[in-house]
Design a protein around this ligand. Structure first.
Ligand SMILES: CC(C)(COP(=O)(O)OP(=O)(O)OC[C@H]1O[C@@H](n2cnc3c(N)ncnc32)[C@H](O)[C@@H]1OP(=O)(O)O)[C@@H](O)C(=O)NCCC(=O)NCCS
Length: 183
């Protein structure tokens, strides 16, 4: 993916120097409460993930979400976002996002990053359908996705085991024709 800009954000390719920051995010229990994360990562494992991801399809490389620091040229990394499982025939892909810097939650950055990435998916990658999975209880996530037009499709019942019980996992999606009507 090229560098993408939106009103307040820059989305750029990750560099090796970002790995320690990613590690901080994926080991933060509040951040990972609603992510598929059942064990801690160490630096070696996170570096191995970076290597593997860097040699995979570039259209599936997660992008670092950055905000512009006021009155300077500095961009601050706050999370990452990317596509997975891009299907060449169905023109579908899963999208995933993590705002790892918690003080930036609830300020519209997650939905802005999703909106820009979906635009890229529909207008540059020629995707037809973008979908995501969101865990029962992640009402912040659901609200952020609804805001940009994602529609609830259904629930995989008791599909996640966490905190000693099973939780539902919702599917949400947006189709290109819906996007075009309300970009
Ligand atoms: C989920 C996530 C991507 C959302 O990004 P964000 O920047 O915090 O979201 P936004 O500010 O764009 O939107 C959040 C919305 O949810 C609302 N919200 C917050 N907590 C809520 C709750 N408990 N119930 C309902 N709505 C809630 C906010 O008020 C806001 O809606 P509004 O703009 O109408 O007021 C981000 O919080 C995150 O990465 N969390 C940790 C990892 C994660 O859960 N990733 C997603 C897995 S599917």
């Amino acid at each position: 993916m090229p560098v993408l800009y939106s009103k307040r954000l820059r989305l750029r390719a990750p560099e090796r120097e970002d790995v320690p920051l990613f590690l901080k995010w994926v080991n933060d229990p509040e951040v990972t409460e609603n992510l598929e994360q059942v064990a801690a990562y160490n630096l070696l494992q996170e570096e191995a993930w970076f290597e593997k991801m860097s040699s995979g399809p570039r259209t599936e490389m997660p992008l670092v979400i950055e905000i512009h620091q006021q009155d300077s040229d500095v961009w601050i990394p706050i999370g990452n976002i990317g596509f997975a499982d891009i299907h060449q025939i169905n023109r579908s892909a899963e999208i995933g996002i993590m705002i790892g810097e918690k003080e930036y939650w609830d300020q519209g950055y997650g939905s802005e990053a999703m909106r820009r990435t979906c635009q890229y998916g529909f207008e540059e990658l020629n995707l037809h359908r973008i979908y995501l999975r969101v865990f029962e209880g992640n009402n912040r996530g659901k609200r952020a996705y609804q805001k940009i037009g994602f529609v609830y499709e259904g629930t995989m019942r008791e599909a996640r085991y966490h905190r000693g019980r099973y939780w539902g996992v919702d599917f949400m999606s947006i189709i290109k024709t819906e996007w075009v009507q309300n970009p």
